[in-house]
Write a protein that binds this ligand. Structure first.
Ligand SMILES: O=P(O)(O)OC[C@H]1O[C@@H](O)[C@H](O)[C@@H](O)[C@@H]1O
Length: 523
C-alpha cells in the first residue's frame, strides 16, 4: 500500500500545484512503455522537461527562468504548441464509479501512463476519483489497483496518487458541491464508469448543478457501451440524455476504435487500393471477426448476466470493426456513405449461442439471482453483406469468454480462384504479441504498411478460424499492445472525438441485432 507525502521536484513546482500536464504536441505524444524502469529515467525525464521549459521560455514567452522553474504556470502563460485556443484551459477529469472494474483496470492505469510518459505542455489535468462510497474506501481501492497494475517504483506511484482527489457522489448536494468547487472557466469531463442504467439520473444531476455560469462547450460527458439494452431502450436513453446536454457534448466510448490495428484499417486500404479493388471484385470474399477471451466474468457477473456476449462485444466492438473495413474498402467507390447506412447492407442469417460450463455455478455463488440463467457467453453468427458496391461478402462473428485462446482479429479472405489472398488485422491477444496487419498471397513489396512502417520478415501465423499456420508478411504497428484507454483519454483531453461512436451507428446496429437478442429472451 502506498502512503506518504508527494514527490517534490522541480517539475512539479514548475508546472502545477494539483494537476498534471498532458502534451498535445500536434497530436503526437512522446511515450515510453508503461513498464519502463521509470525511476531511473526520471532524472532524464525531468531534465527534458526543464530544458523544454527553458527553451520555450526563452524563445516564445521570454519568461524569466526563475519564474518558470519555481512558480505555478500562470493561466495565461501556457506553452501552446498547437495555437489551438480551446486547449488553453485546465481540465477537471471526474471519474464516476472509481471503484469499479473499468476504472481500476483500465482508466487509472491509462491516466498513470499518460502522466508518466508524456511531456507536459499546455493541458493541466486534475483527477477526481468519485463513487457512492466514502472517500477513504475509494482511495484504498485506487491505491491497491495502481499497486497491482503498474510495475514501477513506489515513489513514482506516490507522485501519481498525490494528484488524485477523492469525493463521494451520492446525493444531489454532492454534485452541487463538486461543481461549485471547480472554477467556471475550466473544462469539465465526467467519465461515467457506472452501469448504463444509472446514466440518465447521473446526467440529470450534472445538468442541474454543473452548467451554471459555465460554457456548455466546456463540458464533456463520457459514456461507455452498451448504450441501452436494445433499439428502443437506446432511443429512450438518448432522448433522456438530450434533455440535459446536446449530443455534441457526449463522448460515446468504444475502446476498440482506439486499438492500433483498428486505427490502421482506413490507412491500410487507402495506401493499398489494389488490395481493396481485389476484394471488391472477388467472387468469394469473407470477413471473419473474432473477439475470444480466456477470462470468465466472475468479477462482474451482475453486469454480465443482464448483458450477454452480443450486447457486450458484438453489437459494438465487432460491428465497428466490420463497418470500418467495409467503409475503407469502398471509399474509392463511394466516399459519401454514412457508416450507419452501411449497416443496412448486413443481414444475419444464423446465430448459435453458448455458455461456458461453470457459468451457472459462478452465478449461484455470487447470489446475483436465483435459478439458472441462459445468458450467452459465446456467440457464432453467420451473416452476409450485400451491396451494389461489392460482390456478396460472407461475414462471421465469433466471440466468447473462457475460451482456450485470447485473440481479437479481423480476417479477410478473397481471391480469383487461383491465388488465395488473406489480410488479417491482429488487434490483440495471442499468436503475435504486438498489433499488426498480416497478409499473404501478394507479390513481395506490393503492399505498403501504414504509418510508413517497414515490412518485417515473414512470420508463421495461424488466424483463428483458418485451418493451419501459414507464412505471412507483417506490418508491425508497435512493439507491444497499448492500453487503448490511453488513446481514448488523450482524445478526450484534447477535446477531440476520434474514438467516440455516434448515435446513428448505435441505433442501426441495435436494429440489426435486436431480433436475435430477443429470440433468446435474455442477454
Ligand atoms: O480486448 P480488451 O481490450 O481486453 O477488451 C475486451 C473487453 O471489452 C469490454 O468492452 C467488454 O465489456 C469486456 O467484457 C471485454 O473483456
Amino acid at each position: 500500500m502506498l502512503r506518504g507525502t508527494s514527490l517534490r521536484n522541480t517539475w512539479r513546482e514548475a508546472t502545477t500545484a494539483e494537476g498534471f500536464l498532458v502534451t498535445t504536441d500536434g497530436g503526437q505524444l512522446n511515450r515510453k512503455s508503461l513498464r519502463t524502469p521509470i525511476q531511473s529515467s526520471m532524472d532524464v525525464f525531468h531534465l527534458k522537461i526543464v530544458i523544454t521549459g527553458i527553451l520555450f521560455s526563452i524563445v516564445i514567452y521570454a519568461i524569466p527562468w526563475s519564474d518558470f522553474l519555481l512558480s505555478t504556470v500562470p493561466r495565461d502563460d501556457y506553452v501552446d504548441l498547437t495555437s489551438n485556443e480551446t486547449l488553453k484551459q485546465d481540465v477537471h477529469f471526474v471519474i464516476l464509479g472509481a471503484t469499479g472494474d473499468l476504472a481500476l483496470r483500465y482508466l487509472f492505469p491509462a491516466l498513470f501512463s499518460i502522466r508518466t510518459n508524456s511531456t507536459p505542455t499546455e493541458i493541466r489535468v486534475t483527477i477526481y476519483a468519485t463513487s457512492r462510497q466514502a472517500p477513504d474506501v475509494i482511495r484504498n481501492s485506487v491505491e491497491l489497483s495502481i499497486d497491482a497494475a503498474i510495475g514501477c517504483t513506489e515513489v513514482v506511484q506516490r507522485d501519481f496518487l498525490s494528484f488524485i482527489k477523492y469525493r463521494q457522489l451520492r446525493a444531489s448536494e454532492d454534485f452541487e458541491r463538486l461543481c461549485t468547487s471547480i472554477p467556471s472557466t475550466d473544462k469539465l469531463v465526467f467519465y461515467l464508469s457506472i452501469p448504463p442504467s444509472a446514466y440518465a439520473n447521473t446526467v440529470k444531476n450534472f445538468g442541474l448543478f454543473c452548467k451554471n455560469g459555465r460554457r456548455e462547450a466546456d463540458i464533456r460527458l463520457v459514456l461507455e457501451k452498451p448504450f441501452g439494452a436494445d433499439y428502443s431502450s437506446a432511443r429512450a436513453l438518448f432522448e433522456k440524455l438530450k434533455q440535459w446536454f446536446p449530443f455534441e457534448r457526449y463522448y460515446l466510448v468504444d475502446h476498440y476504435k482506439a486499438k492500433e490495428a483498428t486505427i490502421a484499417i482506413p490507412e491500410f486500404f487507402a495506401k493499398n487500393s489494389d488490395v481493396a479493388a481485389d476484394f471488391i471484385s472477388s467472387n468469394s470474399s469473407t470477413i471473419e471477426l473474432v473477439l475470444n477471451e480466456t477470462l470468465g466474468v466472475t468479477d462482474r457477473i451482475s453486469f454480465y448476466d443482464e448483458t450477454g456476449v452480443v450486447r457486450d462485444v458484438v453489437q459494438n466492438h465487432l460491428m465497428e470493426i466490420l463497418i470500418d473495413i467495409v467503409s475503407a474498402i469502398t471509399k474509392k467507390v463511394n466516399s459519401d456513405l454514412e457508416r450507419s447506412s452501411l449497416i443496412t447492407n448486413v443481414s444475419i442469417d444464423t446465430v448459435n449461442f453458448g455458455q461456458y460450463e461453470s457459468y451457472n455455478q459462478e452465478l449461484a455463488k455470487s447470489a446475483v439471482r436465483e435459478g439458472p440463467s441462459n445468458t450467452p457467453t459465446f456467440v457464432r453468427a453467420e451473416a452476409s453483406l450485400k451491396s451494389t458496391l461489392l460482390k456478396d461478402v460472407k461475414v462471421s462473428f465469433t466471440a466468447g469468454k473462457k475460451l482456450s485462446r485470447k485473440v481479437s482479429q479481423a480476417r479477410l479472405t478473397f481471391g480469383d480462384g487461383e491465388v488465395d489472398k488473406e489480410v488479417v488485422f491482429h488487434i490483440g491477444g495471442q499468436g503475435l504479441n504486438y498489433p499488426a496487419v498480416l497478409f499473404r498471397g501478394f507479390t513481395r513489396n506490393s503492399v505498403i504498411c501504414p504509418s510508413g512502417r517497414p515490412l518485417s520478415e515473414r512470420v508463421p501465423y495461424k488466424a483463428l478460424l483458418s485451418e493451419s499456420k501459414a507464412l505471412f508478411q507483417v506490418c508491425p504497428l508497435g512493439t507491444t499492445f497499448r492500453n487503448a484507454y490511453e488513446a481514448v483519454i488523450e482524445d478526450i483531453l484534447r477535446w477531440q472525438s476520434q474514438y467516440s461512436t455516434d448515435v446513428g451507428f448505435i441505433l442501426s446496429s441495435w436494429a440489426l441485432w435486436d431480433p436475435w437478442i430477443k429470440k433468446l429472451g435474455t442477454g
